[in-house]
Design a protein around this ligand. Sequence first.
Ligand SMILES: [Zn+2]
Ligand SMILES: [Zn+2]
Length: 341
Amino acid sequence: MGGMTTTRVMQVTTPGGRPELAERELGSPGRGEVLVRVEACGVCHSDAFTVEGWMPGIEYPRVPGHEIAGRIEAVGDDVVPWTVGQRVGVGWFGGSCGHCEPCRRGDLISCENGQVPGIAFDGGYADHVLVPAGALASIPDDLAAVDAAPLLCAGITTFNALRESGARPGDLVAVLGVGGLGHLGVQFARRMGFETVAIARGTEKEDRARELGAHHYVDSTATDPAEALRSLGGAVTILATVTAPDAMSAVVGGLKPRGRMVVVGASEDPMQIPPFALIPGSTGVVGHASGTSQDSEDTMRFSVLHDVRPMVETFPLEQAAAGYDRMMSGDARFRVVLTME
Ligand SMILES: [Zn+2]
Ligand SMILES: [Zn+2]
């Protein structure tokens, strides 16, 4: 250990700027930290917090990226049990403080001092990152870095939301949206044993949704999606992965009594739901934050066991700006991943 590591980063120097190439000198990892050689980093819609400056308090220049897959190159003091050379991933969960109330109750993802890679500290649009050891998830041998990366945010978010939803094998579960999150949500829902419904606009995504495992496909431009779900018996869980609140409110009526719509598509726009849509069946709408590094590990392990993979478009690190634009266009099929040489 010791000495400096020179690394390439794609940093944003000002809110609303573009990711631009720069060189950084990274010191050796401090106590509880590891230095990771990045092999792939997913480009997530939430990178817009950093690139567009949507979140107050971000210090610039900042390197975005919280879907980091790589290999440990150096470990700091008091890092247990990680060792140099291990394949590791880091997602939205960048570690927890251990002393706030949620942490003391064991709810680490709700840590009041939680730090998100690419927002609170420099993230994975880089050849190397320094990260807290608590944020690390082990990557299974059979999972390529480009596939692991999206599982560390889009994957864990949908996997964890579904497995914690209360739905049981055989239950009807709908995934609203077949995009970056939804194409993974459909795969997880099918492989968890749910009767799986994919809901999207138009017919263009039907074949893809069925290939991914959907038993049913609902074109929400041709049919009332709530009515369609009711005709199938009603959904125990609707996983809402779109970012359009209108599309979410349109499906709530498709819940079975006691059913829940679990919202993971991030939007700041208000969702309009008449209270009477929730009262008769005692239904509900809840959010779901991704999960911890252990949940990431579970996600990747399940993905290898049951053959879940993201569909990705790759861009070399130095084309991060083009990759980011591609992701923001909504046309990527379905996740953009940066690769490092
Ligand atoms: Zn993300
Ligand atoms: Zn905490």
